[in-house]
Write a protein that binds this ligand. Structure first.
Ligand SMILES: [Zn+2]
Length: 238
């Protein structure tokens, strides 16, 4: 077995036997990794609470055929402010769930990894209402599946865009409309998020427009994943 060093964010853990856990991580250099943390559930574990969901760690792992084995782990960031705030925890878990669904084992995706770390750091600094929808839209863009926002997805018309439909892949004009209605303000905000104005858009306070964008972004991500996001549905703020 060979030893490797990488950094990662813990996505989830499951029990393994009496004292161990299988830790699923999104790593920078190895994509999604599943590794056994031995003795992690013992009181005197050398890993302590380092390998809990949300932890950003640098670790040394033995590469195995199916599961790797964590040899050492050092915490880079615990995202303490996120952990101590239920609303932020819920947002963070949605980010982790999306990544868990999209990342593949054995395929490095450093851009996706950087987006996860960036989203968690932003959330630790400020509880932005748009964080999760903006993250979902940016990830869809990274996957080449961003919704069409600049013209009618069916006929190409540039004006009077009034609806949004996942099957058509974006916004629709009045004559082509189907799916759900989209307000001009929500369309403008969607364009800002995907058009390079993300930092300013994140300052947008919660309200009906943010709620509309959140619904559209969640639906677009769920359509892309072909499944419901558990953490969004379970969210106390949703
Ligand atoms: Zn049209």
């Amino acid at each position: 077995m060979s030893l490797y060093r990488d950094e990662g964010v813990v996505l989830r853990t499951i029990r393994l036997g009496e004292a161990d856990r299988i830790v699923t991580m999104m790593t920078r250099g190895h994509g999604k990794v599943r590794a056994v943390a031995k003795g992690v559930r013992r009181t005197k574990s050398k890993f302590g609470a380092r390998l809990e969901p949300l932890s950003h760690v640098t670790m040394l792992c033995w590469q195995g055929r199916e599961l790797d084995i964590v040899n050492q782990a050092e915490v880079t960031d615990t995202f303490r402010t996120v952990r101590e705030d239920l609303a932020r925890v819920s947002k963070a878990f949605t980010v982790l769930e999306v990544v868990d669904q999209l990342a593949q084992e054995g395929h490095a995706n450093p851009r996706l990894y950087d987006m996860v770390v960036g989203a968690l750091r932003a959330l630790d600094a400020e509880d932005a209402a748009l964080l999760v929808p903006a993250f979902c839209l940016k990830v869809l863009a990274l996957e080449g599946s961003a919704p069409i926002l600049d013209r009618c997805a069916t006929c190409g018309a540039l004006d009077d865009l009034v609806a949004f439909d996942l099957v058509e892949g974006g916004v629709l004009c009045r004559s082509c409309r189907r799916g759900r209605p989209v307000s001009p303000d929500a369309l403008a905000l969607l364009r800002r998020i995907l058009g390079g104005d993300l930092a300013a858009a994140l300052g947008e306070p919660a309200g009906p427009v943010v709620a509309e964008v959140t619904e559209l972004a969640t639906a677009a991500m769920e359509g892309h994943l072909d499944r419901r996001l558990r953490s969004v549905r379970a969210s106390p703020t949703a």
